[in-house]
Design a protein around this ligand. Structure first.
Ligand code: COA
Ligand code: AMP
Length: 635
C-alpha cells in the first residue's frame, strides 16, 4: 500500500536533488544554492553549495522577525538539581544570543574561529552555541563527564580562540567543579585559548585566572547585540568529538546548510512535531542528540524544547520524567533506553506515573543504544503510547532508521528501529562486499551520497575521514555496526564491528581505555571489553597481565588502574572493574580472542576457536571473570 513514507523514500533515493531541493524551500536562505548536491570532489559530497544562510537566524530571528512568533516559548529550562524552572521566549532567547554573540565578537571571534563550550545542561550552553552560529564561528561542545586530558585533546585539535565554561555541573550526589578541569586541560594542551568566558554558578564559584578569564555576567552587562552573519551552506557549524578506535577522538564536522534542511524536515517527518508542540530530548548538549534535538532541530521547527538538568532517577525520584511531561505538557520525548531502565528498576510497577496527568504525551522515542524489548514493552504498557526505536550515530547527526511517525506508522518489531529513513539507502554487505540476502548478517552500510546533515568530513582530516568511513566498502559509508535487514525492509542493528562500546548511551572506545591501562608501569599487556549490564547496557571491564617479577598487591594495582582511567578519560567511562590474569586467550598468531572472552563474561555459549593457541586460557578467563562477578561457573 502506498503511503507518504514510501513516496518520500523512493524519491529521496531516486532523485535526492529534487527531494532535498524541495525540502530546503522551507528554510530561510540569504542566497539560494547553485547546486543541491555537489559531487565534484567524490567520495566527499557537499550539499547546497553556493547557498548562503545562517543557522541561528533560522533557529531564532526567523520566527521572531518573519513569522510573528517572538512570544512563543523556545526553551523551558527545568532543573530539579537547582530547583529552577525558567522559560525563554523566542524573542528573549534571540536577544540573549545576540548579546553573547557581541561578547564573542568583542573578543575578536570571527567567522571560522573555533569556540569550545564546556558546560552542563544550562541554557547558557545553548546561548553560547547559537551565538557562535550567529557570527559564523564553529562551536565544539565537550561533555562535562570527560576528564581534563580528554578536554585537552580536543583543545589541541580544535585550537579554539575562546573557551566558554561554567563554574560547575551538578550531579546527583555531588557538585563537579568544571573550572579546575579546564585550567588543567589548558595547562596540558600546547594550544592555548586567548580568553575563557566563565559562567559563575552559586553552587561552586570558580577562581578566575587574571588576564585569561572573563566573567559571563559582567561581559553580558556591557555587550552590544550583533546581527546574524550570512555563511556558506558548506561552512562548518560545529565540530563534535566522538570516540574513535584509538585515544585520538574523531572531530565530526557538521555543515550549516545541509544540517538545517535535514533537521528541520526531520521534526515533522520522523517525530511528528509541529511548531505548536512541546518536545523533550532528555540528553546532554555534550552529545549529538543534544546538538540535534535539544538545541537545533526543535528551534528550526519553531517548537518548544525542554532543557532538563537532572537525571531520570534521584532528582528527586523516578517520577521526575512524568512530572516534567505533565507540568510542561510535553507531546513527545526522546531519550536513551538506559534512562527508562533506571526508572523501571526503581519503580517497576510504574506507580509514580499515576501521580501525574500525562495525557499530552503522544510518542516516546528511544536512541543511542540498542532498545531491549523489555524496556520497550514496559514503556508501552505503562505509558500507553507508541515506543519508537531510532538508530543513528554522532557522525550521521540524525536518524538512519526509524519509524517515521509523521509519514507512516509501521507496526513495531521488537529489536528493530524499523526502516531506513528517507535519504538513507541502508544495505547489508557480506564478507565479500556483496549485497547480503534478507536476514543474513553482515556490515550495515549506507550507499553514498549520504543525505544532508551528515558529516562531510573530519575536522581538518579528509584522509582519516575517507579511510575510516569510505574506503572499506567503496561507494558506501561504513557505519561500523553489524546487522541485517529482513524481507520486509526492517533493519536490525546487532553489534559494533570495532572497539566502540555503549555505556548508558555514552559512546566510548575500549581501545582508548587499553591505552591508559598499558601506561601503568606494572602492566605488560591488557584488554578492555564491554560486557552486558542490566542498567547501562554495557560496562567496560579490564584484564591485565602484569610484568614478570611484580610482587605488589594486585588489588592496589587494580585500584590504580581504575583511577587512571577515571583521571584520563573521565567518570563517564564507568570503568570500575578490572582483574589480573596470568595470560590472555589468544590465537596462534597472537590476536586476543575478544569475542570469546565477551561471550564468557556474558554467560553465553561459546565454542573453542580452532585457532586458539592454548585452550586452557579460556578456563583461566572463566575463573578470573567469576572472581569479579561475571561469568557463571560452567560444568
Ligand atoms: N559532568 C560530570 N560528571 C558526569 C556528568 C557530567 N555532565 N555526567 C555523568 N557524570 C559522571 C557521574 O557523576 C558518574 O560519576 P561517578 O562514577 O562518580 O558516580 C559517572 O559520570 C557515570 O555517570 P552516568 O553514566 O550518568 O551514570 P549514573 O550511574 O550516575 O546514572 C543513569 C545512570 C542511567 C541514570 C544515567 O546514565 C542516565 O541518565 N543516562 C541517560 C544517558 C543519556 O541521556 N545519554 C545521552 C545519549 S542519547
Ligand atoms: P553515538 O555516536 O554515541 O550516537 O553512538 C552510535 C552507536 O550507538 C551506533 O553506531 C550503534 O552502535 C549504537 N546505537 C545507536 N542507536 C542504536 C539503536 N537504536 N539500536 C542499536 N544500536 C544503536
Amino acid at each position: 500500500m502506498a503511503n507518504l513514507y514510501e513516496d518520500a523514500y523512493r524519491q529521496s533515493i531516486e532523485d535526492p536533488e529534487a527531494f532535498w531541493g524541495k525540502v530546503a524551500e522551507d528554510c530561510h536562505w540569504y542566497k539560494k544554492w547553485d547546486k543541491v548536491l555537489d559531487d565534484s570532489d567524490k567520495p566527499i559530497y557537499r550539499w547546497f553549495t553556493g547557498g548562503e544562510m545562517n543557522s541561528c537566524y533560522n533557529a531564532l530571528d526567523y520566527h521572531v522577525d518573519e513569522r510573528g512568533r517572538g512570544d512563543k516559548i523556545a526553551i523551558i529550562y527545568d532543573s530539579p538539581v537547582t530547583g529552577t524552572i525558567k522559560k525563554y521566549s523566542y524573542a528573549a532567547l534571540r536577544d540573549e544570543v545576540a548579546k553573547f554573540a557581541g561578547v564573542l565578537a568583542s573578543q575578536g571571534v570571527v567567522r571560522g574561529d573555533r569556540v569550545i563550550v564546556y558546560m552542563p545542561m544550562i541554557p547558557e550552553a545553548a546561548i553560547a552555541m547559537l551565538a557562535c552560529a550567529r557570527i559564523g564561528a564553529i562551536h565544539s561542545v565537550v561533555f562535562g563527564g570527560f576528564a581534563a586530558k580528554e578536554l585537552a585533546t580536543r583543545i589541541e585539535d580544535a585550537k579554539p580562540k575562546v573557551i566558554v565554561c561554567a563554574s560547575c555541573g551538578i550531579e546527583v550526589k555531588r557538585v563537579i567543579e568544571y573550572k579546575p578541569l579546564l585550567d588543567k586541560a589548558i595547562e596540558i594542551s600546547s594550544s592555548k585559548p586567548e580568553k575563557c568566558i566563565v559562567y559563575q554558578r552559586p553552587q561552586a564559584t570558580a577562581e578566575m585566572v587574571e588576564g585569561q578569564d572573563i566573567d559571563w555576567d559582567a561581559a553580558m552587562a556591557d555587550a552590544r547585540p550583533v546581527a546574524c552573519v550570512p555563511v556558506a551552506a558548506t561552512d562548518p557549524l560545529y565540530i563534535l568529538y566522538t570516540s574513535g578506535t584509538t585515544g585520538q577522538p574523531k572531530g565530526v564536522v557538521r555543515d550549516n546548510g545541509g544540517h538545517l534542511v535535514a533537521l528541520k524536515w526531520s521534526m515533522k517527518a520522523i517525530y511528528d512535531i509541529g511548531e505548536d508542540d512541546v518536545w523533550w530530548a532528555a540528553s546532554d548538549v555534550g552529545w549529538v542528540v543534544g546538538h540535534s534535538y535539544i538545541v537545533y532541530a526543535p528551534l528550526f521547527k519553531g517548537s518548544t524544547s525542554i532543557f532538563f538538568e537532572g537525571k531520570p532517577v534521584g532528582t528527586p525520584d523516578a517520577g521526575v520524567f512524568w512530572r516534567i511531561i505533565s507540568e510542561h505538557k510535553v507531546n513527545c520525548m526522546f531519550c536513551a533506553p538506559t534512562a527508562y531502565r533506571a526508572i523501571k528498576r526503581e519503580d517497576p510497577a510504574g506507580a509514580l506515573i499515576k501521580d501525574y496527568d500525562i495525557s499530552s504525551f503522544r510518542i516516546l522515542f528511544l536512541a543511542g543504544e540498542r532498545s531491549d524489548p523489555d524496556t520497550i514493552q514496559w514503556s508501552e504498557n505503562h505509558l500507553n503510547v507508541p515506543v519508537i526505536d531510532n538508530w543513528w550515530q554522532t557522525e550521521t547527526g540524525w536518524a538512519i532508521a526509524s519509524n517515521c511517525m509523521g509519514l507512516h506508522h509501521f507496526p513495531v518489531k521488537y529489536g528493530s528501529p524499523t526502516k531506513g529513513v528517507p535519504g538513507w539507502d541502508v544495505q547489508v554487505l557480506d564478507s565479500e562486499n556483496k549485497k547480503a540476502a534478507p536476514g543474513e548478517i553482515g556490515a550495515l552500510v549506507v550507499k553514498l551520497p549520504l543525505p544532508p546533515g551528515t558529516l562531510p568530513t573530519l575536522w581538518q582530516n579528509d584522509d582519516r575521514f575517507v579511510e575510516a568511513y569510505l574506503s572499506e566498502f567503496p561507494g558506501y559509508y561504513k557505519t561500523a555496526d553489524a546487522g541485517y535487514i529482513d524481507d520486509e525492509g526492517y533493519v536490525y542493528v546487532m553489534a559494533r564491528t570495532d572497539d566502540i562500546i555503549n555505556v548508558a548511551g555514552h559512546r566510548l572506545s575500549t581501545g582508548a581505555m587499553e591505552e591508559v591501562l598499558a601506561d601503568h608501569p606494572d602492566v605488560a599487556e591488557c584488554a578492555v571489553l564491554g560486557v552486558e549490564d542490566k542498567l547501562k547496557g554495557q560496562v567496560p571491564i579490564g584484564f591485565m597481565v602484569l610484568n614478570a617479577g611484580v610482587t605488589r598487591d594486585e588489588s592496589d594495582i587494580i585500584k590504580e588502574a581504575v583511577q587512571m582511567v577515571r583521571d584520563r578519560i573521565g567518570p563517564v567511562a564507568a570503568f570500575k572493574t578490572a582483574t589480573v590474569v596470568n595470560r590472555l586467550p589468544k590465537t596462534r598468531s597472537g590476536k586476543i580472542l575478544r569475542g570469546t572472552i565477551q561471550k564468557i563474561a556474558d554467560n553465553k555459549d561459546y565454542s573453542v576457536p580452532a585457532t586458539i593457541d592454548d585452550p586452557a586460557t579460556l578456563k583461566e578467563m572463566e575463573e578470573a571473570l567469576e572472581k569479579v562477578g561475571y561469568a557463571k561457573a560452567r560444568s
